[in-house]
Design a protein around this ligand. Structure first.
Ligand SMILES: *Cc1c(COP(=O)(O)O)cnc(C)c1O
Length: 488
């Protein structure tokens, strides 16, 4: 029987998406680069942030386009509808949240990584070697042994989650991965001020966020050690299984650093896994002046931190470091025929990143980290962290000298929390929003000691002492308006 499908005339065509002639696109690419360099050069001149106008918002309700659009037109849309309406964290007067400022070299690295389109789930190729190099540098920065394991991830939220999974498997054996965590009685501990992703990590790990005991903080916003000891004893007394303590090195609200040597001692005594959330704080290890503040971090079992905050690597890039490489793999590695390893060829070179975390396909994040560290050198990144802490101290001094402002917390690192005297919580939220909408300076709000405060976080390498003065002037002017509104 003749196969009618085989008999049918087939017109071999190419489905390739590369244009026959790259010259037009090449020209456009050069223009994109020039435009972006121009925008970086003048970054401090424009508004920090501007709200999307209704017409722009409406443009984002388009139907799925079936027809082609010229790249130049697509780029024009980017320039008109996207570029002016970003968060603003590249701007020196963005102090709102703990966001890095990014760099031109990081941007170029993103472009190169996109060009290579490497899949970094595994296999034997240079991008995996680059990631291992970056992990080894991170271990060295933290004072971990050279054979420590690690993985680049989207951010500290995921790195904390992965650390919880590693600690969970280390505590009760990898069979928890088959049997689940129900009935294990596992409980962990963190300061009440720990980042919300820690509780969410307990939730996602199947332990339930109630299994994370939120311990009160002391007057310096560090975890209260006697309350912590009492809670561990109380949990043991009712048959719970304490397995993990999450310390913070740079808390998100005020920048507090837990007493890390005391946490390490306690974990040794109690047989707990010590994980440190050092999301931005870890980079302080690159500054000889700041490093002593983090003493003890080298005794942790695992550390999570971000390259996209203080290290200025463009979003996104977090990092997990685990002291015990076997424990790290025991939490994630799993056999699959389509991912089998070979002694040679592309399938060589185990362990692969897929053995160390929840993702398979992943981009070449390591390139922008490697290029950033090579380009500036680790000392320079440490100097950026130091500069940010100096700016925070300067702001604290200006606030203390300004009768209309009141500092709400100590400034151990790079975050300053303060209040405007005589205005209530709602007015503080209003002042922050008004400043944001004016596009002058971006601050955020948080809660310290039950009160809403304005928060300035110094993370951006572009921020200068003049910007600090501008912040105080803008806040005082806005606060004067606010109190006028209250009075009249
Ligand atoms: C930013 C931050 C996180 C979350 O990190 P992402 O990179 O945003 O996922 C966790 N903990 C602390 C202390 C942080 O500052």
């Amino acid at each position: 029987m003749p196969d009618s499908k085989l008999d049918a005339p087939v017109k071999p065509r190419s489905a390739a998406l590369d244009p026959a002639n790259l010259d037009t696109l090449r020209e456009l690419g050069h223009r994109m680069l020039d435009d972006m360099f121009d925008s970086l050069e003048s970054i401090g001149e424009g508004q920090v942030w501007q709200k999307m106008p209704d017409a722009v918002r409406a443009a984002w309700q388009d139907k799925l386009p079936h027809e082609a659009t010229e790249p130049a037109q697509v780029y024009a849309d980017f320039q008109r509808l996207i570029a002016p309406y970003v968060v603003g964290n590249r701007h020196p007067q963005f102090l709102g949240w703990v966001h890095g400022g990014g760099t031109a070299i990081g941007m170029l690295a993103e472009m190169l990584a996109g060009g290579l389109n490497a899949n970094c789930g595994g296999r034997d190729h240079a991008p995996i070697a680059v990631e291992r190099q970056v992990i080894a540098w991170a271990a060295q920065m933290l004072g971990f042994p050279p054979d420590a394991s690690g993985l680049l991830m989207t951010g500290t939220s995921l790195a904390n989650f992965a650390a919880i999974l590693v600690a969970r498997a280390a505590a009760i054996g990898p069979q928890v991965r088959q049997g689940g965590a129900a009935g294990t009685q596992l409980v962990g501990y963190a300061a009440a001020s720990a980042h919300l992703c820690v509780a969410r990590g307990f939730d996602m790990a199947g332990l339930g966020s109630d299994a994370l005991r939120m311990i009160d903080v002391d007057g310096n916003h560090r975890i209260n050690l006697s309350a912590l000891r009492q809670r561990i004893a109380a949990d043991r007394a009712v048959g719970r299984h304490p397995f993990m303590l999450i310390g913070t090195a740079g808390s998100v609200d005020v920048g507090a650093i837990d007493d890390l040597p005391a946490l390490a001692d306690l974990c040794t005594q109690e047989g707990l896994w010590l994980h440190i959330d050092a999301a931005f704080g870890a980079i302080a290890m690159l500054s000889p002046k700041l490093r002593p503040l983090l003493a003890g971090i080298e005794r942790a079992d695992s550390v999570a931190f971000d390259f996209h905050k203080w290290a200025q690597v463009p979003y996104d890039c977090g990092c997990l470091i685990v002291r015990d490489a076997e424990a790290h793999q025991a939490a994630f590695a799993r056999k699959a025929d389509y991912l089998s390893r070979a002694p040679s060829g592309l399938a060589a070179g185990t362990p692969w990143p897929v053995d160390l975390g929840p993702e398979l396909s992943r981009g070449f994040r390591a390139l922008k980290v490697w290029m950033t560290i090579k380009t500036y050198g680790a000392d320079k990144l440490g100097a950026v962290a130091e500069h940010c802490c100096d700016l925070a101290q300067r702001l604290a001094i200006l606030i203390d000298a300004e009768p209309r402002l009141h500092r709400a917390a100590p400034v151990p690192l790079n975050i300053v929390c303060f209040r405007v005297i005589g205005v209530d919580d709602a007015q503080h939220i209003h002042i922050a929003a008004q400043l944001q909408e004016a596009g002058q300076v971006v601050l955020s709000t948080t809660n310290v000691g039950g009160q809403t405060v304005l928060r300035a976080a110094f993370v951006n390498h572009r921020t200068t002492p003049d910007d600090v003065c501008a912040v105080v002037r803008a806040v005082v002017a806005q606060a004067t308006l606010a109190s006028l509104r209250t009075a009249c």
